[in-house]
Design a protein around this ligand. Structure first.
Ligand code: ADP
Ligand code: ZN
Length: 728
């Protein structure tokens, strides 16, 4: 069985993402499988496709009824028979589903854990031909996780009764402790673990000082009109206040928090999913069960309680792999407020909460790559090279001043070492700064060589140094003992042979207010360049919404944004061309294709679009495989003829590749080459033309310069120069 063609046929996707294919093969081989993948990476496919391919019915255990319904809708929309069993169904509906399952018609049966444990359902499952069991949100098994569900602990028992089924467990969050707990409970210590990177390439992270926030919100949302976004606030009161404020400012917005009647909550959530409103202002109660792939921004109005929470919440942005802006408004006053909330907790709980908050404020105030910091939190080492290159966090995009930190790092490591690797951040800073307090005295730490070695710097400075020492893995967190820092092998090596190391100065967030309407411009998040036809895109989106209403489905079930963008780029006017669009299989063409085709045909006609011409723009959506090579050659000012020859391309093929690079936003300086073939005056003429032309269409340019001795290649080269200088 060719999995890839099945993927294309059913889901319309050209290739597997990340580990999907190996995972699927593992489960098809009947082996226990453990998948740890961040939100949005495509976990569901890991059990959906094998369920479709294997004879019988796969059961999918999932805790959230809303999510279940969502997935079942999506599967039905691509022509797969999926059903769910949960407490929302009537007796007769349940009977119908069971009958159909026993008749072998159902490929995926979603079951809520509390339904799974009912004796009559266990009996039914024993009779059915079950292929394997998938356990989604598997962290619910662990008491150490953030979403513990006691019924989850009984799952393995039931699976054993049903038959000796292979199990695939999936989760988006698993610290090492939770991971072990899951495996033990499911008795799958033997399982192959597929852990993906938690890096979300497409997300842009930014922290802004919390000052004049309301104004910034309106401005940001207006710049992203028509896009979906979530604004998280800590309190219900704030949710309502912000939602009202935005509404007054003409933004389509709905509030959401646990204090509303269920019917109101449901309606507001549906309005968001169905794009009746663009923005939802919510407490963190919102989002657990939603699966909207085209959320374009997640804004934290208030500081979240932990980095883990922050990661999960921001993870709801850009699940379809496209634009996702994550912006947090930070003030230290928020941290102090959160500390106060903890005052009724036990001492241990309070200490743990404090450590989490401390991580949060270090993250916000640090000027190191956000991505590097977040991933470090999940035990992943990340070189920030890519983030720097693409400017995908504020700190990489707008680097802060650096300073030589060799001596400081040395002191930080020594402080941990000389105190026997038994203390946390606060104590180490006290030792380094030569503070007097009871702990220092009782441990005689004022006798250590490192005591007072950094007395001339303040506390925030040393915290920042220690944190960067940690991020560079010279010291490490002690997993058994939260908060304790110990020297690593790498740190010991550094002490023996210290090398130069650049550190970054922290941000100064002292000038923030709690939320007055003072203005503080801080517009940084990218507005998002487009290579598709925005008018057609909006028309397609409206059409999708119409179809969705008609079928009573959320719009993204029909088709997702990346597919619409591709349609607005390639203008498919036949069923075949539409089926070639990534994300659209033949099933979708048959179900929903006609409406889109009609719309595109009309649009193409009305606007006199020559589909042949579109090819260049189309390839702009793709990636140049030779990007790095070409950029290097151009940097070295190699003549383009030689570059083409080296690769065995014609000049025109090389220009195709260069155009892809250029249209994806990279600036290329071809002056060294152009000056050999065109004199300045003629170059100026062509640039002038492009500056005033209605489009950068090459045929139009050829027509304009018909009389001149300019080839199509010359014009394409000049267009690259023009785009590099004026568009990129
Ligand atoms: P998760 O459960 O890991 O949060 P989902 O299973 O909801 O993620 O998938 C996220 C998005 O990725 C969905 O919109 C899904 O359709 C899409 N997706 C999954 N697999 C692929 C693939 N191979 N190619 C393209 N898109 C995919
Ligand atoms: Zn970065």
């Amino acid at each position: 069985m060719d999995l890839k063609s099945k993927l294309k046929e059913v889901f319309g996707y050209d290739k597997f993402r990340g580990n999907q294919e190996v995972i699927i093969n593992n489960i098809l081989a009947g082996k226990n499988t453990f998948v740890i993948m961040p939100t949005g990476a495509g976990k569901s496919m890991c059990y959906q496709l094998p369920a479709i391919v294997r004879p019988g019915t796969a059961i999918v255990i999932s805790p959230l009824i809303a999510l279940m319904k969502n997935q079942v809708d999506q599967l039905n929309a691509v022509g797969i028979n999926a059903r769910f069993l949960n407490s929302t169904l009537s007796k007769s509906e349940i009977n119908r589903i069971k009958k159909s399952t026993l008749a072998g018609e159902v490929k995926l049966l979603y079951v809520a854990p509390e339904s799974l444990t009912k004796p009559e359902n266990v009996e039914f499952l024993k009779e059915a031909n079950i292929s394997f069991a998938a356990i989604d949100e598997a962290h619910c098994i662990s008491e150490w996780g953030h979403d513990f569900r006691p019924e989850y602990r009984r799952i393995k028992d039931i699976i054993k009764q049903v038959g000796n089924l292979p199990v695939i467990a999936l989760t988006a969050t698993a610290t090492p402790k939770v991971q072990i707990d899951i495996q033990r409970n499911l008795q799958m210590e033997d399982a192959h673990i597929f852990k993906s990177s938690f890096n979300r390439d497409n997300l842009y992270y930014e922290v802004r000082p919390k000052k004049g926030v309301k104004k910034q919100l309106v401005k940001f949302i207006r710049e992203h009109t028509g896009k979906s976004g979530i604004i998280y606030c800590l309190s219900r009161k704030k949710v309502e206040e912000i939602a009202n404020f935005l509404k007054v400012n003409g933004i389509k917005v709905a509030p959401y928090h646990a204090g509303f009647e269920p019917s109101v909550r449901m309606k507001n959530q549906d309005d968001f999913l169905n794009e009746e409103v663009d923005v939802i202002v919510a407490t963190i109660a919102f989002g657990m069960g939603i699966d909207k792939p085209d959320v374009r921004f997640v804004i934290h109005y208030d500081v979240p309680k932990s980095l883990e929470g922050y990661y999960q919440e921001t993870g709801r942005a850009g699940r379809d792999g496209l634009e996702g802006n994550c912006i947090m408004f930070y003030s230290y006053a928020d941290i102090l407020k959160l500390e106060k909330f903890n005052k009724d907790k036990t001492v241990t709980e309070r200490d743990n909460a404090l450590i989490l908050l401390d991580e949060m404020s270090s993250y916000a105030e640090s000027a190191m790559c956000r991505r590097k910091q977040l991933l470090h939190y999940f035990g992943e080492e990340y070189s920030d090279e890519n983030c720097k290159k693409e400017g995908k966090c504020d700190n990489c995009k707008f680097p802060r001043e650096e300073y030589e930190g060799k001596e400081f790092v040395k002191i930080a490591i020594e402080a941990a070492e000389q105190t026997q690797n038994r203390f946390g951040m606060t104590h180490l800073v006290s030792v380094i700064r030569g503070s007097q307090n009871q702990y220092i005295k009782s441990y005689s730490h004022d006798k250590l060589p490192v005591y007072g070695a950094g007395a001339d710097r303040d506390e925030p400075f040393w915290k920042s140094v220690i944190r960067q020492t940690l991020l560079n893995e010279f010291i490490q967190k002690n997993i058994e003992n939260v908060g304790v820092l110990k020297v690593s092998e790498r740190g010991l090596a550094f002490l023996k042979n210290p090398t130069d190391i650049m550190l970054t100065k922290n941000h100064d967030f002292s000038d923030t207010d709690s939320d007055q309407n003072e203005s503080n411009e801080h517009p940084r998040a990218p507005a998002g360049g487009k290579s598709y036809d925005p008018v057609l895109f909006d028309l397609l989106k409206a059409e999708r919404k119409r179809i969705a209403r008609d079928k009573d489905l959320p719009p993204y079930v029909i088709v997702q944004d990346p597919s619409l963008e591709e349609m607005a780029t390639t203008f498919p006017t036949t069923s075949e061309a539409l089926g070639n669009v990534n994300g659209i299989g033949m099933g979708k063409v048959q179900k929903f294709g006609n409406a889109f085709l009609k719309l595109i045909q009309k649009y193409v006609e009305d606007n006199d679009i020559d589909i042949e011409d579109v090819v260049v723009i189309k390839s702009a959506g793709n990636k140049s495989k030779n990007k790095i090579y070409i950029i290097q050659q151009i940097d070295r000012q190699i003549d383009l003829e030689n570059v083409a020859e080296e690769k065995g391309w014609s000049m025109s093929q090389l220009l195709d590749e260069i155009e892809i690079i250029c249209y994806s936003g990279t600036r290329l300086n071809l002056d060294y080459y152009l000056e050999q073939i065109l004199d300045d005056d003629r170059q100026d003429d062509v640039i002038d033309y492009f500056l005033n032309a209605e489009s950068d269409n090459i045929e139009d340019a050829k027509y304009e310069f018909e009389e001149e001795d300019l080839s199509e290649e010359d014009l394409r080269l000049m267009r690259i120069k023009f785009l590099s200088e004026h568009a990129n």
